[in-house]
Ligand binder design. Structure first.
Ligand code: GDP
Ligand code: MG
Length: 187
C-alpha cells in the first residue's frame, strides 16, 4: 500500500549509521553570551536581549561530516557560579565554556567552570572534551583578555580554544558547534 512505499523512501533517506546524539552543555558566567551563541547556532540570528535566568535545552538535527546527529544544547543559567552542576556534568558529551573577551571577570569566572568540569571528568573512564570559547570577538577594541591568555588557559585544561562572536558570521559559530560534535564522536 501507500504507507509501505513511504517507509521504503524514508529508510533510503536515512544515512548508513542512523541518528546519533550529542549533548552539548554551554557553561560560563551570566553575560558571557551563552544564550546568544546558542540562539545563533539554532536560528542564524543574533538576539541581543535574552532572559539571563532562562535555562533550557534545545534540540537540532544536524549533518556533520555527512552524518546525521541530534544535537542537544543545554544553555545553562547558573545564578551563582558552578553550584548544583550534576544536571549538566552527568548529561554532557562535550562542554563549551564561554567567556567574553571584553570582560576580564568573565574569564576568571570561566576558570571555575573549567575546574569543576576537569575535576568531574578526571574520575571518568571516558574523556569528555572541552571547548573554551572567547566570545564577543566583535568587541576587539575593548578587549581585556588576550588571545594568548585564552589559549594558555585552554591548554592547561586540555581544551580546544576559539574566539567567536555571536553577532557576526553564522558559519564561525556553526563551525565550533560542529567541532564539538566531532570531538564528542572521537571519545
Ligand atoms: P548569557 O548570560 O551567557 O546567556 O549571555 P547572553 O547571551 O544573554 O548575552 C549577554 C549580553 O551580551 C547581551 O546583552 C547580548 O546582547 C550580549 N552579547 C552576547 N554575545 C555577544 C557578542 O558576540 N557580541 C556582542 N557585542 N554582544 C554580545
Ligand atoms: Mg543565558
Amino acid at each position: 500500500g501507500k504507507a509501505r512505499t513511504c517507509n521504503v523512501v524514508n529508510v533510503c533517506a536515512v544515512p548508513d549509521r542512523g541518528l546519533q546524539e550529542c549533548n552539548i552543555a554551554i557553561l560560563g558566567i551570566t553575560g558571557s553570551g551563552k544564550s546568544a551563541l546558542t540562539v545563533k547556532f539554532l536560528t542564524k540570528r543574533f538576539i541581543s536581549e535574552y532572559d539571563p535566568n532562562l535555562e533550557d535545552t534545545y534540540t537540532s538535527e544536524e549533518i556533520v561530516d555527512q552524518q546525521s546527529v541530534v544535537v542537544k544544547v543545554m544553555d545553562t543559567a547558573d545564578q551563582d557560579g558552578p553550584v548544583n552542576c550534576e544536571r549538566y556534568l552527568t548529561w554532557a558529551h562535550v562542554f563549551m565554556v564561554v567567556y567574553s573577551i571584553d570582560n576580564r571577570s568573565s574569564f576568571e569566572g570561566c576558570q571555575q567552570y573549567l575546574d569543576v568540569v576537569t575535576l568531574h571528568t578526571k574520575g571518568l573512564q571516558l574523556e569528555v572534551p572541552i571547548i573554551l570559547l572567547g566570545n564577543k570577538l566583535d568587541m576587539e577594541r575593548y578587549r581585556q583578555v588576550s588571545k594568548a591568555d585564552g589559549a594558555s588557559l585552554a591548554s592547561r585544561h586540555g581544551a580546544v580554544f576559539h574566539e567567536v562572536s555571536a553577532c557576526q558570521d553564522f558559519d564561525a559559530v556553526q563551525r565550533v558547534f560542529h567541532e564539538a560534535v566531532r570531538a564528542a564522536r572521537r571519545e
